[in-house]
Design a protein around this ligand. Structure first.
Ligand code: ADP
Ligand code: MG
Ligand code: ZN
Length: 501
């Protein structure tokens, strides 16, 4: 189906109610794989991080990675899940060349964590996404299909296999069917994955970088007629690997399902591929049922029975969760929800707090990261965090401003210098000669000259029109080529004219 045959989003929503299900896989940042001691480090030569266990050789036996289990429990707790007192791994049997054991070690009906929720903010409102389960499993290897136009297996001449990834711990987090999002379904999906990513990062269990495949999302979607109770048949769009793509995939599937249903057609339960180029999806394979995988409990691994005391210890050690922290900071910084949303979207929260930790006042830290620096990042098309300036350097600029050695304009030039690779703030200030004229004698002379040159304005100020002082401040700043402390200049002017500030 081509894009032109889609029903418009508005028309689709007028007739149908979308139901979503999001399955997110997170690669844990453990040092070793889930069931063997192989390294998980990225970027190694293909097939150099393998052993008999992750290659499924005869006689090898798996052992559970305790840090993997701990991370799974932390994720479960942070998602307000119940943690299983006893659970097992299960074999999910199927053949694929990138999976040398011919089964994936996963969890089936006994997940480590279940029945939780994650609250997300959408347009200033809270939307609760219910979590069905979070379970432990392992990643597959990686196939590279060579010789075709698309990089897919179709049309390829041969395929290369790298088993370095085979056996890296994964946590799969599955939502209950998400109902009630209505027209906001695409935004809710995106907000959920965003919040989940923040949560995972805050727990320190994974960097959750979607562009690196450390976090991957499958989007299930179905439509039911408005007012109906029964869910429609879902499609499952696999590997939607950016936040923006999650939003687009939901939107596209809503429009596509509506087109099929309006036409009197039926939706087949299938997996679909998402295409970044135009945001469309195309048919993958007809969905297999759970029974096709012949799941059975893994006989080579002992059950996982986390002691309650350990679970409680982990609960006690959870960090402040991102949404709670965001709301706290929002109040402390005196921002509106909308302003805080911009700070979040800009990826500036941690940068601002790090700048504050280095001694900058909150408003100053926020001003630079959300102003000058955000503008630069935008211009250069990079993330704020990727700019060649550290929170400590921004903090140093803030301190110099606070001390009065830099004014706003000079501070901006200092930051420019740091970004240009001229060194840290102090070096830039020294090399560029950016110092506020704080020599009171020199300032006094400049003020006297400005008063003399603007007698009429000076009279107005003497007469009580204090607001007119701005013009004289401007004249002094001009005369000192911006290197005076404007606040001090204003004080001096008022002092000399004998009026109260
Ligand atoms: P599978 O292994 O087939 O992918 P899962 O249970 O792992 O099944 O995931 C299915 C996801 O789709 C879950 O998030 C679930 O809540 C959701 N889901 C189930 N039925 C529907 C439906 N009719 N429409 C939309 N989402 C659904
Ligand atoms: Mg699935
Ligand atoms: Zn191994």
């Amino acid at each position: 189906m081509t894009v032109t045959e889609l029903v418009s989003y508005e028309d689709a929503l007028a007739t149908y109610d979308p139901v979503m299900g999001l399955e997110v896989h997170v690669e844990l940042g453990t040092k070793t794989k889930m069931f063997c001691g192989c390294s998980t480090a990225l970027g190694a030569e293909p097939n150099t991080q393998t052993c008999p266990t992750c290659l499924g050789l005869p006689g090898s036996l798996p052992v559970v990675n305790a840090t993997g289990v701990e991370s799974a429990i932390k994720i479960g707790l942070a998602l307000h899940c119940e943690i299983a007192e006893w659970c097992r791994f299960a074999r999910k049997n199927y053949f694929y060349p990138d999976m040398p054991k011919n089964f994936q070690t996963s969890q089936y009906d006994e997940p480590i964590a279940f029945n939780g929720y994650l609250d997300v903010d959408v347009d200033g409102e809270v939307f609760r996404v219910e979590i069905e389960r979070a379970h432990m499993e392992e990643d597959t290897g990686k196939s590279t299909h060579v010789g075709g136009a698309t990089g897919r297996i179709h049309g390829a001449q041969h395929s290369l296999l790298d088993y370095n990834r085979a056996g890296i711990p994964l946590i799969e987090i599955v939502t209950k069917p998400i109902v009630g999002a209505g027209e906001k379904a695409p935004e809710v999906a995106k907000a959920y994955v965003t919040e989940l990513r923040e949560l995972i990062k805050s727990l320190g269990v994974s960097e959750a970088r979607m562009e690196m495949g450390q976090m991957r999302c499958d989007v299930n979607l179905s439509l039911r007629p408005q007012g109906a109770d029964k869910f429609g048949t879902r499609s499952e769009t696999k590997n939607v690997n950016s936040l923006r793509s999650v939003e687009r995939a939901v939107r596209f599937e809503i429009q596509r399902h509506a087109a099929v249903l309006d036409d009197g057609g039926t939706i087949v339960q299938e997996t679909r591929h998402f295409h970044e180029e135009d945001g469309s999806t195309t048919s993958g394979r007809v969905k297999e049922e759970a029974e096709d995988y012949r799941y059975f409990p893994e006989p080579d691994l002992v059950p996982v029975a986390p002691a309650r005391a350990w679970v409680e210890e982990l609960r006690g050690g959870l960090p402040e969760l991102p949404r709670v922290r965001r709301n706290r900071l929002r109040e402390e910084w005196g921002l509106s929800r909308h302003e805080m949303q911009s700070v979040l979207n800009a990826g500036a929260i941690d940068l601002i707090t790090a700048t504050m930790d280095e001694g900058a006042p909150a408003d100053q830290a926020r001003k630079w990261w959300m102003g000058e620096l955000a503008r630069r990042a935008n211009e250069d098309g990079v993330e704020l965090a990727a700019l060649p300036i550290t929170p400590a350097q921004v903090a140093r600029v803030c301190v110099l401003v606070k001390e009065g050695s830099l004014n706003d304009k000079l501070a901006r030039q200092t930051i420019e210098g740091v970004l240009a690779g001229e060194g840290g703030p102090d070096e830039v200030v020294a090399q560029r000669g950016l110092k506020v004229v704080s020599d009171e004698g020199a300032l006094g002379t400049a003020v006297d000259e400005a008063i003399a040159a603007n007698a009429a304005i000076a009279d107005k100020i003497r007469g009580g029109k204090v607001a007119a002082a701005g013009a004289l401040v401007g004249a002094v700043m001009k005369a000192t080529r911006g290197q005076a402390d404007a606040a001090r200049v204003r004080e001096l002017i008022l002092e000399k004219l004998g009026v109260e500030g």
